[in-house]
Design a binder for this molecule. Structure first.
Ligand code: NDP
Length: 612
């Protein structure tokens, strides 16, 4: 094993990942097994770097820039620099136009045209070499000590400003190309892969003990909720509800129905209909392909359910066996969790999730070790996220609607039941219609697939999100039309915010150059991605959560105010989204460093304007 070259505490030059820029950093540690140096940048960003990305302080000699180098310095470069963690000021431009050659004038013209959207990148066909030289330095702070920021250019890489004009010594790549560049840079960058090999350092959900309790608590909480809801008086004063005999809780038929439903959904997922799209580049640089056909699958499900109803299949079975179905899905998700954990030991390290790789069985089983477990092209996480649970929720709601008609001797469902069913149907259809948007969410990009997500997708969503409809079967609430209209208006407002925010971010992440998004203000970040600071994302830092919560309230209101049970969803969901927001905030701060702090300064509230 090669000897460690730098000692702890030593000031060195560290490459900023995904770029050729080197900054003064302090070595804070060294991992022998991965041979990575832990370093701290001046802005506080902490990263692990390969030894080849760390150079001694005196490795770069500061050269006075020649006039031609000065000329090549443009706003383009300012932008490049401004993406660095050490960057605090925008450099002033000082070119002597009188001495410019014809070629340079031509170059400047090109730059002017594309200027705001340009960045420096190495050409792909360049000879890769590690030898470097300094091209410029800049005074950053006053205070007696002058701190210098070094901009380093690889010698044998012919780093050029990419233009479309052949023959020019520089290439100027427009922002349009930026996505591709980032992708290439990400691929080149083994920083995150190494992190995964290192294992999880940060424990969430209270660590091993926390997740151990959550694993038992959630199923018990769900069973109690369903039992409470089934009581004639669902008041909390009647807590705990009477527990039925254990043998009545289990039904092999219910398990069979659940498994058949799962397999039916899997079959629909495999149908060769719908386009295939690329996921976002993952931390290991890979991009997975996904088939987008959830909406078609939903339509086919609708046809299947309609055919079943036509053939007098009684959906009321769902109401009569809701507890047994829920327990069956719990057993199924537990077995799935075990399978996911076992198979995760056979995948390469760079396919593990950063968060679920702690070495503790309980913790990793819960969080999920493997990021995107697949059986050939069948992506288990992506499949479970939107299909069996979400579509199952709609079918459960429908079964409860029939149950209400039967038990309350109605010819038509109550207005309250129609609202609850319609709002939630809209939510599910929206998710399925915008299936592609899920590819940029935390669940897909960051979280591993383990018991937590399996339970959430297959058990928690269908059986707790249908609580309002379940409640209404036994607790009728007659709504007047004016009240119903107010609730509809509330749901519409929530939906507009939710959809507007999600679509805006999704469109921006897919194509930052989309002319429809040209009005948005953004902050550049060191990763190459920008953060939106206007529009929905300038309103609060998680406008999509705000919209979601407003809708959650609209789903509960049709149930009236007699009991708290139908409000369980909004209470739980508020806690979930506040916790999720904190997790995301933490991840974004690590990812974007100073840029994220700037964003937080500009957009002060997290979810609720002027409150939180
Ligand atoms: P988001 O869709 O909000 O994604 C967060 C990511 O967006 C960040 O990690 C960051 O990723 C990017 N981002 C954050 N701020 C900005 C910005 N200003 N500009 C550009 N990009 C930004 O998170 P979720 O995955 O948690 O939620 C997705 C949707 O699902 C939400 O509407 C949520 O309400 C809903 N949801 C519903 C649940 C339910 O049970 N009903 C449960 C959980 C979520 P990057 O920069 O890397 O792109």
């Amino acid at each position: 094993m090669p000897a460690k070259m730098f000692s702890d505490g030593e000031m060195v030059m560290g490459r900023w990942p995904g770029s050729q820029l080197y900054y003064e950093v302090q070595v804070t540690g060294y991992n022998k097994s991965t041979q990575l140096y832990a370093v701290k940048y001046k802005d506080g960003t902490e990263l692990n770097l390969k030894e080849s990305d760390v150079k001694p302080l005196n490795y770069f000699k500061t050269k006075k820039r020649s006039s031609s180098q000065q000329r090549s310095r443009s706003r383009t470069r300012s932008r490049s620099r401004s993406r660095s963690p050490a960057r605090t000021q925008t450099p002033k431009r000082s070119t002597s136009r009188g001495r410019e050659t014809k070629k340079t004038v031509q170059k400047e013209e090109v730059q002017k045209k594309d200027l705001p959207a340009a960045k420096f990148v190495p050409q792909e066909n360049s000879t890769i070499n590690r030898s470097v030289s300094v091209t410029d330095h800049k005074e950053e702070e006053e205070n007696n000590t002058t701190k210098k920021i070094y901009r380093v250019v690889e010698h044998k890489i012919r780093r050029e400003i990419v233009t479309d004009q052949p023959g020019l010594p520089y290439n100027l790549r427009t922002k349009k190309e930026e996505g591709k560049v980032v992708e290439l840079e990400t691929k080149d960058d083994h920083l995150y892969i190494k992190k995964q090999v290192e294992g999880t350092h940060e424990w969430e959900f209270g660590g091993r003990i926390g997740v151990f309790f959550i694993m038992f608590f959630l199923p018990i909480a769900l069973i109690l909720l369903l039992l409470m809801c089934a009581q004639e008086d669902a008041s909390v004063q009647n807590f705990p509800p009477p527990i039925p005999a254990l043998e009545t809780l289990w039904s092999s038929t219910s398990l069979g129905i659940f498994v058949l439903w799962f397999l039916f959904q899997a079959l629909l997922y495999l149908l060769p209909i719908g386009k295939i799209v690329d996921g976002v580049p993952l931390a290991n640089g890979k991009k997975l392909k996904y088939r987008i056909n959830a909406f078609y699958a939903f339509l086919l499900c609708g046809v299947a359910v309609a055919a079943a109803l036509y053939n007098e299949l009684k959906l009321i079975y769902i109401y009569n066996n809701l507890l047994q179905l829920a327990i069956s899905s719990m057993v199924f998700s537990f077995v799935l969790g075990i399978y996911l954990y076992v198979r995760s030991w056979r995948v390469p390290a760079d396919e593990l999730a950063i968060g679920g790789n702690s070495g503790s069985f309980v913790y990793d089983f819960f969080i999920g070790r493997e990021l995107n477990p697949r059986i050939r092209n069948f992506d288990l996480k992506y499949f479970c996220e939107l299909r069996p649970g979400l579509m199952g929720w709609v079918v459960i709601n429908l079964g409860l609607l029939f149950a209400e008609m039967e038990f309350q001797h109605r010819d038509v469902p109550s207005l309250a039941m129609i609202l609850v069913n319609s709002f939630q149907l809209l939510y599910v259809i929206d998710a399925l219609w915008n299936e592609e948007a899920i590819l940029t969410t935390m669940d897909i990009v960051h979280d591993g697939f383990g018991y937590m997500l399996a339970f959430g997708d297959l058990v928690w969503v269908p059986f707790t999100y249908s609580l309002q409809a379940y409640y209404l079967v036994n607790h009728p609430n007659e709504l007047s039309w004016p009240v119903a209209l107010m609730i509809i208006a509330l749901n519409t407002v929530g939906y507009i915010i939710f959809r507007g925010a999600n679509s805006q971010k999704n469109a921006f992440r897919r194509n930052p150059q989309d002319p429809k998004l040209a009005h948005l203000k953004t902050i550049p970040t060191a990763t190459g991605k920008n953060l939106i600071v206007s529009g929905w994302w300038g309103f609060v830092r998680h406008p999509n959560y705000l919209g979601d919560l407003i809708m959650a309230l609209a789903w509960s209101l049709p149930c009236g105010f007699n009991h708290i049970i139908p409000y369980f969803y909004i209470i739980y969901f508020t806690c979930l989204l506040i916790h999720r927001e904190a997790r995301d905030e933490h991840l974004c701060r690590k990812k974007y460093g100073v840029a994220w702090s700037k964003y937080c300064q500009q957009v002060r509230y997290r979810i609720f304007p002027y409150i939180y």
